[in-house]
Design a protein around this ligand. Structure first.
Ligand code: KG4
Ligand code: ZN
Length: 358
C-alpha cells in the first residue's frame, strides 16, 4: 500500500510517500526557520503564505524522488490538527483537491498521532501497551496506548510545552531560534549542577508537567546575578553555558522522571519518545537509562523524523486507511484537535492491567 502524507500544521511544508506504513520511499521538508527566526517564533500569517508557495513543489518533489506516479498511490493522509488554522488549511485543501482529482481515498490525521508513528520506520514493531512521550514546540504529553489507535493522556503540561520552554529560555539568553538545538549545543560545555532548579510538582499530586515556572526561575536567576544575554554573534560565556546545562537537565529530569514513574504503574511493553525535543541527546540518554532500569525497549525516531515531517503522517494514515477509515470532502482543519479516545478513570487504570484489553 502506497500512501502520500501531507503535513503543514506549523512552519514546515512536508510531503512523503510511505509503503505499507513503515517503508519510507521519499520525504521532502521545506522548513520556514529562516523566515521566522528574526521574529523569535512562528508568525502565523507568514507561515500560511509560505505553505501556499511551497505545497505544490514539495508534493511534486516527493513523487519525483519516489519515482512513483500519482495514479500509483492508494490513498492520501493529511494533518487536520492541532496546529495553526491558516497553515492547516493549506494542507487540508490541497489534499482534498488531490483526492478528488485522482479519485483516491483520503484520511485526516492528528499531528500528535503522527509524531507517535514517527518511530515505526527504524524500530521493531511497537508492542502494546505502549507509553509515548510526545515532546515538541506545541505539545508535551504522555500517552498510554493500550492497543493501536487507542490513546489516553496520562500526563500533560499545565502550561508551556517543553520545546516552547527551550525556545523561550533561548530567547531570554539572546541565543536565537529555535532554542532547543542551541541550548543542547551550549549545555555540552556547561556544568548541569551549576544552578539548582527543582523539578516542578503539581499541588494536586497529579503527574503533570509545568515549564513556565522554570522559565520564570531562569529569568529571575539572570536578573539577580546580572548575567548578560549573548549579543549578536558573540561567544556565549561559561555562565550562560552552565545555565543552559542546568536548565536542560531539569527539563530532562522532569520528563524522564514522570515517564519512569508512570511506567512502574502502567507496565508498558514499549516506550516511545518523539517530537522535536526528542532530538535532544540528553533526553535520549536519560530515557535509555530509564528504559534499562525498567527492562523495556525505548524507541526514538531519527532526528529528521523527530521534527515535523509528512512520513509520520503517511504512516499513521496508512493504519487508518487499512482500517477502512475515510474522510469526506467536508474534512476541515481542527486547531484544537485532541488525541484521547480511551476513557478509563486513572484509579481504575492503575488497579488492574486487565483494563488495557478494554
Ligand atoms: O515537533 P516540532 O518540529 O514542531 C512542533 O510540533 O512543535 O518541534 C519543534 C521544537 C522546538 O521547540 C525546538 O526548540 C525543539 O523542538 N527542539 C529541541 C531540539 N531540537 C528541536 N529541543 C531540545 N533539544 C533539541 N536538540
Ligand atoms: Zn510536531
Amino acid at each position: 500500500m502506497l500512501v502520500l502524507g501531507i503535513e503543514s500544521s506549523c512552519d514546515e511544508t512536508a510531503a512523503a510517500i510511505v509503503r505499507d506504513g513503515r517503508v519510507l520511499v521519499s520525504s521532502v521538508i521545506s522548513s520556514q526557520i529562516k523566515i521566522h527566526e528574526k521574529f523569535g517564533g512562528v508568525v502565523p500569517e507568514l507561515a500560511s503564505r509560505e505553505h501556499l508557495d511551497k505545497i505544490v513543489p514539495v508534493v511534486e518533489e516527493a513523487f519525483t524522488r519516489a519515482e512513483v506516479s500519482k495514479e500509483e498511490i492508494d490513498g492520501i493522509a493529511v494533518t487536520m490538527g492541532p496546529g495553526l488554522v491558516g497553515s492547516l488549511l493549506v494542507g487540508v485543501s490541497y489534499a482534498k483537491a488531490m483526492a478528488y482529482a485522482l479519485k483516491k481515498p483520503l484520511v485526516g490525521v492528528n499531528h500528535i498521532e503522527g509524531h507517535i508513528y514517527s518511530v515505526v520506520f527504524e524500530n521493531p514493531p511497537i508492542e502494546y501497551p505502549a507509553l509515548a512521550l510526545i515532546v515538541s514546540g506545541g505539545h508535551t504529553n504522555l500517552f498510554l496506548i493500550p492497543e493501536p489507535c487507542k490513546y489516553k493522556v496520562v500526563a500533560r503540561t499545565r502550561d508551556d510545552a517543553a520545546g516552547e520552554a527551550f525556545d523561550k529560555v533561548a530567547k531570554l539568553l539572546g541565543l536565537g531560534y529555535p532554542g532547543g538545538p542551541i541550548i543542547e549545543r551550549l549545555a555540552r560545555e556547561g556544568n548541569s549542577r551549576a544552578v539548582r532548579f527543582s523539578v516542578p510538582r503539581m499541588g494536586d499530586g497529579k503527574p503533570d508537567f509545568s515549564f513556565s515556572g522554570l522559565k520564570t526561575a531562569v529569568s529571575k536567576y539572570v536578573r539577580e546575578t546580572g548575567l548578560q544575554p549573548v549579543k549578536n554573534g558573540e561567544e556565549p560565556s561559561q555562565a550562560i553555558k552552565d545555565l543552559a546545562a542546568s536548565f536542560q537537565s531539569v527539563v530532562v529530569r522532569s520528563l524522564v522522571g514522570t515517564m519512569e514513574k508512570l511506567s512502574e504503574e502502567l507496565y508498558p511493553k514499549t516506550l516511545i519518545v518523539a517530537g522535536g525535543v526528542a532530538c535532544n541527546n540528553a533526553l535520549r540518554g536519560a530515557s535509555r537509562e530509564a528504559a534499562q532500569r525498567l527492562n523495556v525497549p525505548v524507541y526514538f525516531p531519527s532526528p529528521h523524523l523527530s521534527t515535523d515531517n509528512a512520513a509520520m503522517i503517511a504512516a499513521a494514515g496508512t493504519v487508518k486507511l487499512q482500517a477502512g477509515e475515510r474522510a469526506g470532502f467536508d474534512l476541515n482543519a481542527d486547531v484544537t484537535l485532541r488525541l484521547q479516545n480511551f476513557e478509563v478513570e486513572d484509579e481504575e487504570l492503575r488497579r488492574s492491567r486487565v483494563h488495557y484489553r478494554l
